[in-house]
Design a protein around this ligand. Structure first.
Ligand SMILES: Nc1ncnc2c1ncn2[C@@H]1O[C@H](COP(=O)(O)OP(=O)(O)OP(=O)(O)O)[C@@H](O)[C@H]1O
Ligand SMILES: [Mg+2]
Length: 468
């Protein structure tokens, strides 16, 4: 809009300036006519001086006369109100100079700037004898005054007009674009909705009144609504698929539990048979070990499915400090080759959560620190309160997380190549279960790792410290 107003202003300025220039020319031509007329009517004799001539007749105020006669010499005067005043020698010289400089064939009038009197249009008056020179001039100030007054008036009127015009344009544009505001507002509100996961539905729409198909802006609104309908439908479809998938995994894991239990039971029973050959005995032991492993996997899958459904967590009061201390004690028993350090505040860190699931998170992190690092690694577990957040960190000075898996560490079945090859790792579900549990508590779990310095950090909303 500023551009439009600016353009109009420039055009108006050009019009005003050219009008001024044309007007100036016309007025100057008029003045020149007056100068010529005055020049033709000057009455003088050989004895006249400029003052005497100007005193005799009715001349316009400001009229200038320079006279050179053989008897009186060169004199100059100008009309000031009712009297004629003598021109200074400098002023006279300037006039004579200008006239003698001018090419004789040029326009009869020319402009001279007289010190103290301003710009003048002067012309040589016709004289009866070639010995006599008379130059008549009239002030230009009348012309310039008129022109500048007109320019000022035009300028003021233009500025006022522009101001009015811009207010009108602003109002019209705002009214015209109001539907677009509604579209933008809708888009902004939709943009704030988190759509990456979960049951999301977009209820925001551009109001019906702003979706008139006959205007361009209305079409934008209608198009946005159509787009939002599509997105909403896709999100519902995604959610449905996810639910079906979860149900399927949960049902499948559940169904697998019973046959697995039978396999375990029968292999155990068969192992008691003393008549078994060595090969059969070894084979049955393998069957038992693998079925145990598979049971653990099935339990993990079932747990993940239930955590995803949000039905698994049982809330109660949790003392995170005690939980960590106990977990470290267990880890110490399991990992005698590692050095275990615990670092907690005197004040216990309390929070609301599922104690056995949170224990699982900590045990998982400690098992990782034990199984994915070489003997001798120092593992430090710390629990602190930071404002309203309970922070648990598991740090180890082992070789660090395999850069290949660092990105998807918390995704399902993510395992470092080394773990896969060495078979140290379990299923690769440990950290994804940990994240699902922490997410369920509205917390975050993150990792920072480089060789010799790996920290897993769990942040959970904590209860405010008990003042007692
Ligand atoms: N403290 C650690 N140091 C180095 N690598 C680690 C550490 N913790 C985890 N990792 C890497 O992250 C991968 C994923 O860990 P996660 O706990 O999810 O699976 P896992 O330990 O392999 O199997 P599971 O926990 O299911 O028995 C591991 O395979 C390992 O490569
Ligand atoms: Mg693990």
């Amino acid at each position: 809009m500023t551009a439009i107003i600016g353009m109009i202003a420039v055009i108006l300025a050009i019009i005003a300036l050219s009008t001024g220039a044309i007007l100036g020319n016309v007025l100057q031509d008029n003045l020149d006519g007056k100068v010529r007329e005055t020049a033709e009517n000057v009455l003088f004799t050989n004895e006249s001086t400029a003052v005497r001539v100007l005193s005799t007749g009715p001349y316009t105020d400001g009229t200038v006369l320079v006279l050179r006669t053989p008897t009186s010499g060169t004199t100059g005067a100008y009309v000031d109100g009712n009297t004629a005043r003598v021109l200074t020698a400098e002023q006279v010289a300037d006039i004579l100079q200008a006239v003698s400089d001018a090419p004789s064939t040029s326009a009869p009038s020319l402009t001279v700037d007289l010190p103290g009197l301003g710009d003048y249009r002067v012309t040589v008056a016709p004289t009866p004898s070639p010995d006599v020179l008379a130059i008549i001039g009239l002030p230009l100030s009348e012309v310039t005054g008129t022109v500048s007054q007109i320019l000022l008036t035009v300028g003021l009127v233009t500025a006022g007009g522009l101001l009015l015009l811009s207010s009108i344009i602003a109002v019209v544009v705002r009214i015209g674009l109001r539907p677009l505001r509604a579209v933008a507002d809708t888009a902004t509100r939709v943009a704030r909705v988190r759509m990456d996961s979960g049951d999301v539905s977009i209820t925001e729409r551009v109001p019906e009144s702003e979706t008139d198909d006959h205007t361009e802006i209305g079409q934008v609104g209608a198009a946005l609504n159509a787009l939002l309908d599509h997105i909403d439908a896709s999100l519902s479809a995604r959610q449905r698929n996810e639910e079906l998938m979860r149900r399927f995994v949960a049902d499948a894991s559940h169904e697998l539990r019973t046959p697995l239990a039978s396999i375990r039971g029968y292999s155990e029973l068969s192992l008691r048979d003393a008549t078994l050959s060595d090969t059969s005995h070894a084979a049955l032991e393998r069957i038992q070990a693998q079925s145990l492993r598979m049971s653990a996997l099935v339990e993990d899958l079932l747990l993940l499915a239930r955590l995803d459904e949000g039905t698994e967590l049982v809330y109660g009061a949790v003392d995170l400090t005690r939980l960590a201390v106990e977990a470290v004690r267990d880890a110490q028993a399991a990992g005698r080759d590692h050095e275990w350090v615990i670092d907690v505040d005197d004040e216990p860190v309390l929070l609301a959560g599922d104690v056995s699931r949170l224990h699982q998170v900590v045990a998982n992190l400690l098992a990782n620190a034990r199984t994915h690092t070489p003997p001798g690694t120092v593992v430090t577990v710390s629990v602190h309160r930071e404002g309203d957040t309970a922070v648990l960190r598991v740090h180890d000075d082992g070789p660090g997380v395999d850069p290949g898996v660092a990105e998807q560490l918390f995704e399902r079945f993510a395992r470092g190549d080394a773990s896969r090859a060495r078979k140290t790792g379990g299923t690769g579900l440990g950290l994804s279960i940990a994240r699902a549990i922490v997410d369920g508590h509205r917390g975050t779990i993150t990792v920072r790792s480089r060789p010799g310095d790996t920290t897993f950090e769990v942040r959970l909303p904590a209860k405010p410290a008990d003042p007692a």
